[in-house]
Every structure is written in structure tokens, then in C-alpha cells.
Design a protein around this ligand. Sequence first.
Ligand SMILES: NC(=O)c1ccc[n+]([C@@H]2O[C@H](COP(=O)([O-])OP(=O)(O)OC[C@H]3O[C@@H](n4cnc5c(N)ncnc54)[C@H](OP(=O)(O)O)[C@@H]3O)[C@@H](O)[C@H]2O)c1
Length: 305
Amino acid sequence: MRVFLTGATGYIGSAVRDALLRSGHSVTALVRDPEKAERMTLRGVHPVVGDLVEPRSYGSAAEQCDCIVHAAFEQSKRGPEVDRQAIDALLGAAIRHAARGQTVSFLYTSGVWVLGNTVGAANESAEARPTPLVAWRPGHEQLVLDAGRGRLLRTAVIRPGIVYGGARGIIGDVLKDAANGLVRVIGDGRNRWACVYERDLADLYVRVATQPQASGIFHANDEADERVGDIVDAVARHAKMRPDVRHVPLEEARAKMGPYADALALNQIVRSPRARELGWGPTLHSVAGNVARLLEEFRAAREAA
Ligand SMILES: NC(=O)c1ccc[n+]([C@@H]2O[C@H](COP(=O)([O-])OP(=O)(O)OC[C@H]3O[C@@H](n4cnc5c(N)ncnc54)[C@H](OP(=O)(O)O)[C@@H]3O)[C@@H](O)[C@H]2O)c1
């Protein structure tokens, strides 16, 4: 399969890139930095140097592919606007591909934060009640889902939990903060995070990309329902020097971090029955139970960077 991937240098996108390559697919990736593009070539990826906000830089390359995976996100104020522009451009490329009578799929990366605080366990048919940080996201999901109604264009929305593995992301920050002696927890730490191991998540992308019946929403999480306090405790126990853990009231955190604080304070129990129907299942079942392994991965990833 020929796959066009955005975000191939990012946390999720790099895991998806590697899983696609391991499965023998051809990957063409949008990369904005020419130096990173060189590194992509060494990994066997065909880089296209461009930017999400310049559809002309990647539209025709995307149009040649049987599958488009959008895993990029610009971490800036205009992030949601850029995402919308990218969805329009990528769906346009997919529609042009389909107009030639060839099937094509489009996979959009969302996240479990669109579920807000869950009431009971939220599966893929639960109503979206997004935390303010991602209030715009359900609209983008709907655009993608609506575009998949035709015969030749299949669309899917993947909602990862908080990703762990390697040195990046929120759990990577907890590992780093613990090593530096101070971990901040918003609230009392009794709230539960929905988390997923990066390689398990990448495996789900490959399954959705390659199974012709896979359309609609797919959750990806390890279903451990871990309390934040338990994750932090487990990480602290593995640190060379036990770090201080400071509980920051939500109001105080919000004043410093804005709506990101509310996202970190979410209490979520998430289930992934539609993902499991594709034969998917997590191989790692918790953060707390795998801290030694995650620390090894963390160190290896930092050395390789
Ligand atoms: N990480 C998580 O735990 C998690 C969980 C659930 C959902 N998500 C969602 O997954 C998506 C990806 O997250 P991530 O953690 O992988 O992010 P990330 O590590 O920050 O990666 C973002 C990627 O997007 C690329 N990018 C940013 N702006 C771009 C632009 N203008 N043009 C082209 N490429 C651009 C970056 O390229 P450069 O290398 O050039 O910066 C990078 O490859 C986001 O929508 C996020 O909300 C993440």
C-alpha cells in the first residue's frame, strides 16, 4: 500500500511511520524541515518537503496514495485552524484519487479528550463532550466521517489515549520531572487517565489502514483506568532519588496553563470495542506496571535523539 503520512517526525506519527514500514508499506511523508527530510530518506521514507498550510506543497503527492494518515498537529494558537485547512486539503487529495475509480482511505488523529469527563466507561459510540482545549475537535471529526459516505473513500477517526513509550509526551514529561526531583500533579491525583503504549497505537493505525471494513471512530487505550497518583507513585519509586510530588489546585494550574490544565485533570474511563473488533488489543496494560521498561525506553530515545 502507498501511504501518505503527515506528522512523521512527531510522537504518534513516527510510531505509525515505523509500523507501516515494518509491515512493508511504502510511506511518503510531509516533512517541513529539509534536514529531517534527509533523515526520513535514510529510514526508507519518501519525504515531501512542505507545510500543512501550503496544500500545494503536498496535494499532488497525497493524491497518488491509496491511504492518507493525518497525524500532524501544529502546536500553536492557530493549530485548530491549520488542522481544518489540512483536513480540507487531504480530503481533497483523497477525493481526486477516488475520482480515478480507485479506493482510498483517510485516517484522522483525534484523541480521547473529546470525551471529556466520562460517565461510566465511554466506548466509541459515547457522546463527545470535549474538554475546552479540544472544543473544536468534534467538528473536525464529523467532517472526516461525513466525507467517508462514498463507495471509494473510506474514512476513520482514531482517538488515542495519552501516549506512553519513548521520551516524548505527557508520560515522558512525568519521567523527566521525576528524574529532576519534582512532579506536579493537578488536583488530588485520584482522576484516571486513559493511556496507550505508542507501538500498540501504531498497530491500530496499520489495522485500520489495511482492513477495508474499518471506518468510523476507533478508541485506542490500554484500559488500565490508572489513577494519576498511582502512575506518579510508581514512577517516583523507580527514581534514583525519590522526587517531591506537589499537588497543584486546578484553579492555580489553569491560571498558568490555561485549558491544558483542565485536560490533565480529566477523569476518564475509556473502552475500545470497535478497535478490538479489528483484532487489535494492547500488549502493554499499564504505565505503573511497566515503569522499568519505560525508563529504559526513555533513556534509549534520549540518547538516540
Ligand atoms: N501525544 C499524545 O499523547 C496524544 C494523545 C491523543 C491525541 N494526540 C493528538 O495526536 C496528534 C499528534 O500528536 P503528537 O503528540 O504526535 O504531536 P507532536 O509530537 O508535536 O508531532 C506533531 C507533528 O506535526 C508536525 N507539524 C506541526 N506543524 C506542522 C506544519 N505546519 N506543517 C507540517 N507538519 C507540521 C510536526 O513536525 P516537526 O517535526 O517539523 O515539528 C510533527 O511531525 C495531535 O492532534 C494530538 O492532539 C496526541
